[in-house]
Design a protein. Sequence first.
Length: 277
Amino acid sequence: MTTHVEKALLFRSLHVAGRPLLLSNAWDAASARIVEAAGASAIATTSAGVAWSLGAPDGDRLDRRLALDVVARVADAVDVPVSADIEAGYADDTDGVAQTVRAVLDARAVGVNLEDAHHGGPTPLRPLQEQAARISAARRAADESGIPLFINARIDTYLRSVGEPAVRLDETLARAATYVEAGADGVFVPGLTDLSTIATLVEKAAVPVNVLAGPGAPDVAALAEQGVARISLGSSVAEAAYAVARWAALELLDSGTYTTLTNALDYSEVNELLANT
């Protein structure tokens, strides 16, 4: 039986520049088990997918307990390491962030994404030092537990179009340096797909770089060539699954046919996957 610490160390080892960890993000036990059965070496949750599956919008609107219940169910369903997307920490202050991290570790996850977006705040992103303090609180909570949690500091400068494009990379690098000093193990910059900018970020960041991929983004080989160490699909897999639900309903109600469901997974296959957890 692999221990919690061993899983955490394994997860860390999977972040290799030029040979990226590939994460097809899951939102419940079934999707996690399916991704693992496809050959994934780790599972990462998507906060948006988790929130939607529980009837809430994404963006720090989901109750912490509900979110972490999903993390625990995912970790129970798979053998590979699990990283949890905890949005901004499901807390207003650093003590709350630490409490969330302790709960993530209780759920047997070995990594977190912690974003600097400030949903509902006066600015799109939290002030630099405020976010650094939140990362430091997460780091202390993990270290006190004895689990080498991988803290992936998400920087939303590109995703939320913060500042003028000409200075956006400088702001991203400044935040990356401060977050790493505060205890982050990696940086995640969703919304950034330009290969030359990614190459600069990889060159100047002191930690593994995570990129969000999907339709329109460079492929894995191109991102690996720039030294990216982790590639995530984020909420796009859940979005595609919900698109099938809509198309199937529209087809059923409009034409009375079912071709949308042609490529569905077999019932017995999914059932067996869950029976073996």
